[in-house]
Design a protein around this ligand. Structure first.
Ligand code: SAM
Ligand code: ZN
Length: 363
């Protein structure tokens, strides 16, 4: 089947993976690369399948010398054809990430890692083809694991205790970044996280690796732990490699659940997201534009409050999120969040948010 996506013309077949629903994320990745202002950078599309990603990065986002890896022979042959039919000169290899990263001396300006399921098994090898300033883009589709639906799998794959409640998507992103930060630090890389997304069935992180022991240690110090109280929806966070948190909820005294380790640093770079939004073409899918708008508005504050969870707790009917936001805005910073359509990010604590919800219900 012939598919036209962006400037790429791609042939797919039954043995090569191609998901049209991920087009929006590929569009966002292109906006991101353009917002980073990189020119003629070397690119590794580490999990190419049809090659659509790398081909589009070359045609639409200034990628120069590009290497495509694909472990599956039939998919590799398909990618090779697609690369040549799009008149791109690139190296397309029927090699695994592990094989390539352990035998090759090159390093890349940008690396895209988009495997089936978990990205965790590949991060260590990927670090071997990174250098100071490498832009790493990672997709994970094992969201059920990262979101705590399979607790033991999260412990096993990420060495983290997950959340399995309204905050789970943000926790998923932060658990994955924590994992990358810890592996990267072994290679003396620190992280500058540029953009993080949890949407549909995927988590996607865009980050720059900075070489140096000091930065690596600083990155590890941006990780930490949290507690969550299921009685009053309150959470507490604390950076550091050991959990320094009370196990009884500061707000209501109930026993709180400990989660982490997870990344508690910044999840995005506002300048980059602003640029992406400003340069987004009108013909972008509606859902992608909306996602970008929410990402751009979102406060940096870790985690958020789900308004429906609070109204249920109070035993009252639905209240308008906008009204709650207006009330909080008088004294606090507040924004919507892309992690939850009914959630708000704020520097207010649970008591202040609960008070605002009650006021909004009366208004
Ligand atoms: C989710 S698909 C990639 C989709 C593609 N990036 C896109 O946007 O359409 C993952 C691909 O990675 C390949 N793959 C799996 N394990 C691999 C490995 N260890 N090394 C290289 N490729 C691998 C799979 O065969 C599959 O084609
Ligand atoms: Zn509580």
């Amino acid at each position: 089947m012939l598919v036209l996506e962006g400037k790429a013309k791609i042939k797919t077949d039954e043995s090569t993976f191609y998901n049209p629903k991920m087009r929006g994320l590929r569009d966002l990745s292109i906006l991101f690369l353009n917002a980073m202002d990189m020119k003629k950078y070397s690119l590794l599309d580490a999990t190419s399948a049809t090659g659509v990603r790398g081909i589009r990065y070359v045609l639409e986002a200034g990628a120069g010398e590009t290497t495509f890896l694909e472990i599956n022979r039939k998919a590799y042959l398909n990618a090779k054809k697609n690369v040549s039919q799009n008149s791109i000169s690139a190296s397309v290899l029927n090699e695994s990430i592990q094989q390539f990263c352990n035998t090759n001396d090159e390093s890349f300006d940008a690396i895209d890692l988009d495997p089936f399921g978990s990205a965790a098994p590949y991060i260590y090898d990927i670090m071997k083809v990174a250098r100071d300033g490498t832009l790493l883009m990672v997709t994970a589709t094992d969201t059920a694991v990262l979101c705590g639906a399979d607790f033991n799998a999260c412990v096993k794959n990420y060495a983290s205790l997950p959340l399995h409640n309204e905050l789970c998507h943000e926790a998923a992103v932060r658990i994955l970044v924590n994992y990358i930060a810890k592996v990267a630090s072994q290679f003396n890389f620190g992280l500058e996280v540029k953009l993080s997304i949890a949407n549909l069935h995927y988590v996607r992180i865009f980050l720059t690796l900075r070489h140096g022991a000091k930065g690596a240690v600083e990155s590890v110090k941006e990780t930490g732990f949290g507690t969550f109280c299921s009685k009053c929806r309150s959470f507490e966070l604390s950076k550091g490699i050991v959990p320094r948190l009370e196990r009884s909820c500061k707000n209501c005294g109930s026993e709180a659940y400990l989660f982490g380790p997870l990344w508690l640093g910044k999840l995005s770079d506002a300048k980059v997201v602003d640029k992406m939004r400003a340069s987004a073409p009108k013909q972008l899918e509606k859902g992608t534009l909306e996602l970008l708008q929410r990402l751009d508005e979102e406060l940096e504050t870790p985690f958020f409050y789900s308004i429906p969870k609070i109204t249920r707790l109070l035993g009252i009917g639905a209240v308008s999120r906008e009204k709650v936001m207006q009330i909080l805005k008088k004294k606090h910073r507040v924004s919507r969040t892309h992690f939850d359509l009914d959630g708000i990010k704020s520097d207010a604590n649970i008591r202040e948010v609960t008070r605002a919800v009650k006021l909004a219900a009366k208004a």
